[in-house]
Design a protein around this ligand. Structure first.
Ligand SMILES: *[C@@H]1O[C@H](CO)[C@@H](O)[C@H](O)[C@H]1NC(C)=O
Ligand SMILES: *[C@@H]1O[C@H](CO)[C@@H](O)[C@H](O)[C@H]1NC(C)=O
Ligand SMILES: *[C@@H]1O[C@H](CO)[C@@H](O)[C@H](O)[C@H]1NC(C)=O
Ligand SMILES: *[C@@H]1O[C@H](CO)[C@@H](O)[C@H](O)[C@H]1NC(C)=O
Ligand SMILES: *[C@@H]1O[C@H](CO)[C@@H](O)[C@H](O)[C@H]1NC(C)=O
Ligand SMILES: *[C@@H]1O[C@H](CO)[C@@H](O)[C@H](O)[C@H]1NC(C)=O
Ligand SMILES: *[C@@H]1O[C@H](CO)[C@@H](O)[C@H](O)[C@H]1NC(C)=O
Ligand SMILES: *[C@@H]1O[C@H](CO)[C@@H](O)[C@H](O)[C@H]1NC(C)=O
Length: 359
């Protein structure tokens, strides 16, 4: 009798655990998650979906890491490797805003770094094995983005455009400036190779609105546009940029774009949304410093997702940026093909997991 009960119990337990395993493996329409997507310092996140998994690149200022996760919204158990560590001649703490791009089958990481006697400039590294971003990477190759002034350059992203050409879009100063922070603007150039631009940089956008100015105690200290990110949707190409100070709670996202595959090197082909940010702090839910996004899609490609950094409290400039962490939220689309941004939600608000996400 006792043995039979034990047998029955064991059978029941195995049925329950089989069910649990099955339930875990299937997409669950009602599952939710909470931000952030990692628990440590993770500013300027860049995520790309490739071959069915999510690739997040981060920098902790000295070390550039690549994380591979099956889940868009969770990198705690991702496979992680170091792609680059600040080398001789370069300044410790200076590796900023890495982005991973697959260009014609090869992997590249673009990032900014200072050293060798100059302030931040763009560098690029290439994966030795094009099938494995978790493997070895080349030494950094300097990109020369300003033949005239050799000015400060950060936050480069790659636009792989419908005309078959690739472009680099980044944030730079008009000229080198000993005062930091200075005014940052958005520039573009065609990429001749993944390492080299063709021709001179072209100014696409200068910040000029009050919401784009970083202030300390009411004194405006710099107008900043940085962290440009590309989102292509139907025949429209959007660029979301970060504005205001990354060291301030008002850091936010603005939007500009170009339609119908017009030539992106012609500034007048772009439209500029200048009547305010599209994504900004939400005091009701204690979310601040909401900026530096990247964009990806849900596992089934039906949804657009924003991956950005934010803080859960306000600290003084100098301290605030040290508590930025990576978060994710969905973007919707209206019937005119315009993105509809959510308000940033706080850490205790459940968010439905991306569509088609296996748990
Ligand atoms: C999701 O929630 C709805 C409404 O509460 C419920 O009817 C449905 O069974 C749930 N689906 C799953 C997969 O849990
Ligand atoms: C990346 O992660 C996915 C999902 O976990 C896995 O299937 C894939 O093999 C990984 N890729 C590499 C190159 O490790
Ligand atoms: C990560 O994996 C470990 C075991 O490999 C597991 O115990 C833990 O729950 C996982 N954490 C998350 C957040 O998935
Ligand atoms: C910077 O210095 C390092 C070490 O001396 C050298 O390997 C590297 O090529 C230099 N880079 C540039 C852009 O001058
Ligand atoms: C895609 O992922 C599969 C399974 O993890 C792997 O076998 C294949 O090599 C990957 N392909 C590329 C191009 O990375
Ligand atoms: C490249 O990476 C893939 C995926 O990890 C692996 O299967 C393959 O053996 C690697 N190739 C070389 C030449 O190391
Ligand atoms: C930044 O822009 C403001 C407003 O256009 C201007 O007054 C200021 O001189 C600029 N600063 C620099 C360093 O270019
Ligand atoms: C997209 O733009 C191209 C080039 O202007 C045009 O040929 C095509 O018809 C457009 N498609 C849509 C869906 O508007």
């Amino acid at each position: 009798m006792e043995r039979q009960i034990t047998k029955l119990l064991l059978t029941l337990i195995s049925i329950i655990s089989i069910n649990l395993i099955v339930a875990e493996a299937l997409p669950n329409a009602n599952a939710t998650f909470y931000n952030p997507v990692v628990d440590y310092y993770s500013p300027d996140p860049y995520v790309t979906k490739y071959n069915g998994s999510y690739w997040l690149v981060l920098s902790d200022n000295d070390v550039l890491t690549v994380h591979n996760s099956s889940k868009l919204y969770d990198y705690r158990n991702a496979t992680t490797s170091v792609a680059y560590q600040v080398g001789p001649g370069f300044d410790r703490g200076s590796v900023w805003a890495p982005e991973i791009h697959n260009i014609k089958g090869d992997w590249y990481i673009y990032f900014a770094m200072s050293g060798n006697g100059s302030s931040h400039r763009m560098y690029v590294i290439k994966a030795e094995n094009s099938s494995n971003p978790l493997g070895k990477w080349s030494s950094p190759v300097r990109m020369y983005l300003d033949a005239v002034n050799d000015a400060w350059a950060i936050d480069a992203t790659v636009l792989q455009y419908g005309n078959g050409k690739n472009y680099l879009i980044w944030s730079a100063w008009p000229r080198e400036d000993p005062v930091y922070p200075s005014n940052g603007s958005i520039y573009i150039a065609e990429l001749e190779t993944p390492f080299k631009i063709k021709g001179e940089r072209i100014l696409l956008r200068e910040p000029h609105e009050a919401w784009e100015a970083g202030d300390v105690d009411g004194v405006k200290i710099a107008l900043v546009n940085e962290g440009p990110q590309v989102l292509q949707h139907d025949n429209r190409t959007f660029v979301f940029f970060s504005a205001n100070g990354a060291w301030l709670p008002d850091y936010c996202l603005g939007m500009m774009g170009i339609d119908n595959l017009k030539d992106p090197l012609v500034p007048s082909n772009w439209w500029n949304k200048i009547d305010g940010p599209v994504f900004w702090r939400n005091d009701e839910q204690s979310v601040y410093t909401t900026g530096h996004c990247s964009l990806t899609t849900s596992p089934d490609d039906t949804e657009t997702w924003l991956v950005y950094h934010a803080t859960d409290r306000i600290l003084p400039p100098g301290e605030l940026q040290t508590i930025r962490k990576t978060r994710a939220q969905k973007i919707s689309w209206d019937s005119n093909g315009n993105p509809v941004f959510p308000r940033p939600v706080g850490l205790s608000t459940p968010i439905p997991v991306p569509s088609g996400q296996k748990l």
